[in-house]
Design a protein around this ligand. Structure first.
Ligand code: HDE
Length: 700
């Protein structure tokens, strides 16, 4: 058999061989060259891994075949329970670089020195779907960051939306049960477009602000790289003197914000269900490391008292216009995982993991989470020693007397496993100076099960979010609500949601009621507090107003055939490279095409496998004959029609004109002719706008 030139046939390097062979590698035997001998888990070399031990060639398999039994036994136990929420996720390593000392507000070690780098591991996720669900589900994205600081691990377990559905953790199981597949039928998967979800939501007015966010394009991000992250809750920063400052954490993507449109999301899920994980993997592999700035909104008790809403209420934001976001460092993701299971799957984030200089607030959602995350890791990872796994272990020295339990890998050495003790080598001791200190907040009151009055305005910020959006984004919210509620089969639930929308924005309620064709418009829902009309729009809440300044990190898909203009193709590739963007070639066959100068170009995708939904903009560059061929292919016509419908910029060669006509698209200013190589720069400049939204206006 011919030797393949891929990684699989390469001999393992020494370190790789050690990893395969395990740490006791010095004694393992070498099969030939550097290749290690296959062994059992006990280190016994295996002679035959193709056949189980049996009596005669056609006889029964023997129980004494320990290699066979060990192999199957291990395979049978490969799965661990998936996360009950955020099951589908993707992680990467990187670092956080601190901009400068923050000693005035916090003693947290990672914020003390300019330029200090702290290793991080980040896991992005969807919430509702199971592990195998598609990446472009309309859903909140998890944005969980583990900082391996010199003073212990800090987990900032956030989302790409700054508010949450509920105010009290006791409602979390209800929320998630309602969102997940309905229990009798076990569908729909990874979708909130069903009766149970909207039934629960329509009976939970506190979720209305979150509803505006989840029905916006925030829940269909173009990739993890183009979304914001938020710590959601109010936390505290504590300085060396013990002074407390309230803080809300933000992640701002350097790449700018970008989402896809819903029809595109639906099609991406079919064309590439791994679109987001592939994107992150490819960006890191290409050395185009995604980057976010960490921002903080800092405020004191006085602001908290005066602010219109309760800062402990996780269904509220503090608009950036009221408390600006101060950028204190940057996070760069520069290393993919070596093994998905060992790292991304086994990473255990816990909101309770904080370090000296940071503390919790009394947000009842956060307090509940502090119990839940530790508890869930016990179930998922099977014992209390999940901190021994390399991905979860601190990277700073640690010493304690905790011992035993499943899979204990570093019990304390020696005789001492308790404290106080009087032995000279008595092990670690507590340190009042260096140790973690909780903020001594005075708390007093009766034991009660009540929701604070200050949590009772459920509509004002929902309205503020809606009026902060561009017209396009408002239309998307209306469309999303109409779509989701149209999947709800119980008319009373649809009407109940419209009654809430009436408290948010009458225009939005009207659009949705008309979209659903409600026979009767209900009255507005009873509100504990009237909706405030005086909250000003906040530009920071819009995606379109916070798009990128460049097209860097994006992808153009060029549909090419034999005879593609060599000069134009080269110029386009050059212009995109200069911008930091990528050019991908889509051809009738994956083998590639020959250009007008006779040079060969391998294709990145065959036409049917590379629909335009996978790209940020497209170029239609056939030769004259090629245009005729493509016009006869439905996938080529869809490529163009979809790119147009999704408001993408379309570059085209003169020869493409009849093909564009065949695809049934009406050309507008978002179509950029590439007549000569000099036109490529102009096209790339247009692409910085990401979408030609005026096309949507024309359609209306
Ligand atoms: Fe979570 N959440 N959550 N959550 N959450 C989990 O922990 C929970 C909430 C978030 O990539 C679970 O390890 C409760 C808000 C992320 O591994 C579980 C409540 C926010 C991740 C859990 C919330 C989040 C989780 C499931 C209501 C944004 C994925 C697996 C009080 C600030 C982390 C796990 C990863 C995961 C409980 C609400 C973000 C069950 C009880 C609000 C990003 O412990």
């Amino acid at each position: 058999m011919a030797k393949r030139k891929d990684d699989a046939s390469k001999p393992l390097s020494k370190p790789d061989a050690e990893a395969v062979a395990g740490k006791g590698g010095e004694t393992h035997q070498i099969a030939s060259g550097d290749t290690p001998v296959l062994t059992t888990q006990q280190g016994v070399p295996v002679a035959d891994d193709q056949n189980s031990l049996r009596v005669g060639a056609r006889g029964p398999t023997l129980l004494e075949d320990f290699h066979f039994r060990e192999k199957i036994f291990h395979f049978d136990h490969e799965r661990i329970p998936e996360r009950v929420v955020h099951a589908r996720g993707y992680g990467a390593h990187g670092y956080f670089e601190n901009y400068g000392p923050l000693a005035d507000v916090t003693s947290a070690d990672l914020f003390q020195r300019k330029g200090e780098k702290t290793p991080v591991f980040v896991r992005f996720s969807t919430v509702a779907g199971s592990k195998g669900s598609a990446d472009l589900a309309r859903d909140v994205r998890g944005f969980a960051v583990k900082f391996y600081t010199k003073q212990g691990n800090w987990d900032l377990v956030g989302n790409n939306i700054p508010v949450f559905f509920i105010q009290d953790a006791i409602k979390f199981p209800d929320l998630i049960h309602a969102a997940k597949p309905e229990p009798d039928r076990a569908f729909p998967q990874a979708q909130t477009a069903h009766d149970n979800f909207w039934d629960f939501i329509s009976l939970t007015p506190e979720s209305m602000h979150m509803v505006m966010w989840i029905m916006s394009d925030r829940t269909i991000p173009r990739s993890f790289r183009f979304m914001e992250g938020f710590g959601v809750h109010t936390f505290r920063l504590i300085n060396a003197e013990g002074k407390s400052t309230f803080v809300k954490f933000h992640w701002k993507p350097k790449q700018g914000l970008q989402s896809v449109v819903w029809n595109e999301a639906v099609k991406i899920n079919g064309a590439d269900p791994d679109f987001h994980r592939r994107d992150l993997w490819a960006a890191i592999e290409a050395g185009d490391f995604p980057e976010w700035e960490l921002g903080v909104q800092l405020f004191d008790e006085d602001f908290a008292r005066k602010f219109e809403f309760d800062v402990l209420d996780a269904t509220k934001i503090i608009p950036e216009e009221q408390v600006p976001v101060k950028r204190i460092g940057r996070m760069v993701l520069d290393r993919r995982v070596d093994n998905f299971f060992a790292e991304t799957e086994q990473v255990a984030f816990c909101t309770q993991n904080i370090v000296r200089g940071i503390d919790f607030s009394d947000d009842p959602l956060l307090q509940g989470r502090n119990f839940s995350y530790l508890d869930t890791q016990l179930k998922r990872l099977g014992g209390p020693n999940f901190t021994h796994l390399p991905i979860n272990a601190p990277k700073c020295p640690f010493a304690h007397f905790q011992q035993d339990g499943h899979m204990a890998m570093h019990n304390p050495r020696g005789r001492v496993n308790y404290e106080p003790n009087s032995w000279s080598d008595g092990g670690p001791r507590e340190s009042p100076e260096a140790g973690f200190k909780s903020y001594p907040e005075p708390v007093e009151g009766p034991n009660v099960r009540v929701r604070s009055e200050t949590f009772s305005d459920h509509y004002s910020q929902a309205r503020q979010f809606y009026i902060s959006q561009t017209e396009i984004e408002q239309r998307h919210i209306g469309n999303a609500l109409t779509f989701e509620l149209s999947k709800v089969q119980t008319p009373a639930i649809r009407a109940r949601m419209v009654s809430h929308l009436l408290n948010i924005d009458a225009g939005l309620a009207e659009v949705v009621a008309a979209g659903l064709r409600l026979k009767e418009i209900p009255g507005p829902a009873t509100a504990a507090r009237p909706t405030r009309q005086d909250l000003k729009p906040s530009a920071k809440l819009s995606i379109i107003k916070n798009g990128p300044k460049s097209f860097a990190g994006r992808k153009v898909g060029a549909l090419v055939t034999d005879g593609v203009d060599a000069a134009v193709l080269a110029a386009l590739g050059k212009a995109l490279k200069a911008e930091g963007a990528m050019l991908k070639l889509i051809a009738p066959e994956v083998g590639g095409v020959k250009d007008s100068a006779g040079a060969w170009h391998d294709a990145d995708e065959k036409l049917e496998g590379g629909p335009s939904v996978l790209f940020d903009a497209v170029a239609i560059l056939p030769s004259k004959e090629g245009a005729g061929l493509l016009a006869s292919l439905p996938a080529a016509r869809d490529f163009i029609a979809d790119a147009t419908a999704h408001r993408k910029f379309v570059a085209y060669a003169p020869a493409a004109a009849p093909l564009l006509e065949k695809a049934g698209v009406a050309m507008d200013e978002g179509f950029v002719p590439l007549n000569k190589s000099g036109d490529a720069n102009g096209f790339v400049a247009r692409c910085r706008g990401l979408r030609f939204w005026d096309r949507a206006a024309a359609e209306r």
